[in-house]
Design a protein around this ligand. Structure first.
Ligand code: C2O
Length: 537
């Protein structure tokens, strides 16, 4: 195994998109940031130097960080932010993970532009579980605002209004040919007739689920969230924020130019969304025809999404789903309203402002230190461990909810898990504001998705239908709109691990909680000591 050393310099620099320059924060002068290439079993040593005028941290999304939450990165959860002028070195090893992950800033709104791909190939000499592709190509989907992003998000977070939608979906930082002043930069992938290509599709967008499709070409799904899947072929994939999907494509069409395109899957009723289409070009060598656009589903085509996600299965080997459950949690999640005294901050109905919660708790990050430091150093009054394992009141979650039943409380509430316990979590979407699908991400773990469906979860009939044979494993579950999803994992990674909606505005509104996974007793069941350069608050 190799050790890869990298330096990340975080800086604010100007980028030109849609005919205008904007100063944005980025790494090493690159937007998107550098692609990191490693193999399973390798280690990374990334020294992050903050030359930007904002606090920053970097999160290695999906890396399990075994016994090592010190390298996970969410600010005030596992570390204090790296302050302007400061630096911190993330040291971690990739253990039994192959496929595509990514990294991003985990510090307020900065992940809008601070992100990049993290490609994990098999160990030297180990094959892929499919014919080795001729070409590998990361497809990093994002969003671009034609104004100061900080002001856009400030408006959402501080006035409690719906966020201003982005002005362009992007592919590898580029909106593509359908936008003004953008054709020159359009991402291009040049292939020879007959080539097989592995596209590593990452949804790094802030607030938007995305469909992705390539004109005239079929996509064979081989992995999601750096776990191999049963292979299946489809015309279109849907990727939620935080998720990755690896697909194989064969260049077996008429030599020509074909658009690879991305567009929103948007489920919140009457909420504005970015309805633009980002394009990149799959170009057969020396072809120069007018590119063809793929047919993308309508923005609200939930049937296509359901059919697609039902096909994602684990390949059948190495499946080890917990069957005896020690911790059975039910989390009603979604948007809600806070009372607020009349004024411009109250953009919700009847003098309220938007918030979000899990089991009626709207999560507040500490500021004095991180949760992980508070936990390991026994610092009092930073958090409580009374996160409710079931909602405080039960009702028809996806029906018409009387608002009095669902006024979130603010708190920094964590939930304790014993080392080695088997955990089941049912995530139930709610409809206080409107039903909406939520990409819920758990740090430090891959979990099995044993079931999902629409409406209210029914503990007897739905549990009876759980898939314990070949459920997929992921780190981010897109909970169906107006529905539920059930996940299972064994709490075998000690530390403090954040769980939250990967839609950035929802996270900012409080859609989050954290687990404390206690140490076990074995030598390899306890937390590693903190690095000496861990930033101070
Ligand atoms: Cu990719 Cu806590 O996030």
């Amino acid at each position: 195994a190799e050790i890869h050393h990298h330096e990340f310099k975080v800086q604010e620099l100007a980028v030109r998109r849609l005919c205008r320059n904007h100063r944005v924060v980025m790494v090493n002068g690159q937007f998107p940031g550098p692609t990191l290439q490693v193999r399973n079993g390798d280690s990374l040593v990334v020294k992050v130097t903050n030359a930007a005028p904002y606090n920053v941290t970097i999160h290695w999304h999906g890396i399990r960080q075994l016994r090592n939450p010190w390298a996970d990165g969410p600010e005030y959860v596992t570390q204090c932010p790296i302050q302007p002028g400061g630096s911190y070195t993330y040291r971690f090893t990739i253990t039994d993970q192959e496929g595509t992950l990514w990294w991003h800033a985990h510090s307020r709104w900065l992940r809008t532009t601070v992100y990049g791909a993290l490609v994990i190939r098999p160990k030297l000499g180990s094959p892929y579980p499919f014919p080795t592709p001729k070409i590998e190509f990361p497809v990093v989907l994002g969003e671009w605002w034609d104004r100061k992003v900080i002001s856009v998000l400030r408006q959402a977070l501080f006035t409690g209004a719906a966020p201003n939608v982005s002005d362009a979906i992007t592919i590898n930082g580029q909106p593509g040919d359908l936008f003004r002043c953008s054709s020159q930069g359009t991402t291009k992938l040049i292939v020879n007739q007959g080539d097989t290509v592995l596209l590593r599709v990452i949804n790094a967008a802030l607030n938007q689920q995305l469909f992705f499709s390539v004109a005239n070409h079929q996509l064979t799904v081989v992995a999601t969230d750096a776990v191999y899947t049963k292979q299946f072929t489809t015309n279109v994939i849907m990727v939620g924020p935080g998720q990755t999907t690896d697909v194989l494509l064969t260049a077996n069409q008429q030599p020509g130019r074909y658009y690879m395109a991305a567009r929103a899957y948007a489920t919140a009723k009457n909420a504005p969304f970015d309805n633009t289409t980002a394009t990149s070009i799959l170009e057969y060598r020396s072809a120069n025809s007018q590119p063809i656009l793929p047919q993308l589903p309508a923005y609200n085509d939930t049937n296509t999404v359901t059919a697609f996600s039902n096909q994602i299965k684990s390949p059948g080997y190495k499946v080890n789903v917990p069957t005896k459950i020690d911790e059975n949690l039910f989390m009603a999640v979604g948007l809600g309203f806070f009372n607020c005294s009349p004024g411009p901050r109250c953009q919700g109905p009847n003098n309220t402002r938007f918030g979000a919660s899990m089991n009626n708790v709207s999560f507040v990050l500490p500021r004095r230190t991180s949760l992980l430091q508070a936990y390991t150093q026994n610092i009092p009054n930073i958090y409580t461990t009374d996160f409710p394992p079931v909602p405080p009141v039960q009702f028809d979650y996806t029906g018409n909810v009387p608002r009095g039943l669902w006024q979130p409380v603010k708190g920094t509430k964590l939930y304790n898990l014993k080392f080695g316990s088997s955990v089941q979590i049912v995530l139930q979407d709610t409809s206080i504001f409107s039903t909406e699908d939520h990409p819920v991400h758990l740090h430090g773990y891959h979990f099995y998705i044993v079931g999902q469906g629409f409406g209210n979860f029914n503990p007897s009939s739905d549990t009876a239908n759980f898939n314990l044979v070949d459920p997929p494993q992921r780190n981010t579950i897109d909970v169906p709109v107006g529905g539920w999803a059930a996940i299972r994992f064994v709490a075998d990674n000690p530390g403090v691990w954040f769980m939250h909606c990967h839609i950035d505005t929802h996270l900012g509104w409080g859609f989050a909680m954290a687990f404390i996974v206690e140490n076990g007793i074995g030598e390899f069941e306890i937390l590693l000591p903190p690095p000496s350069d861990l930033p101070r608050c």
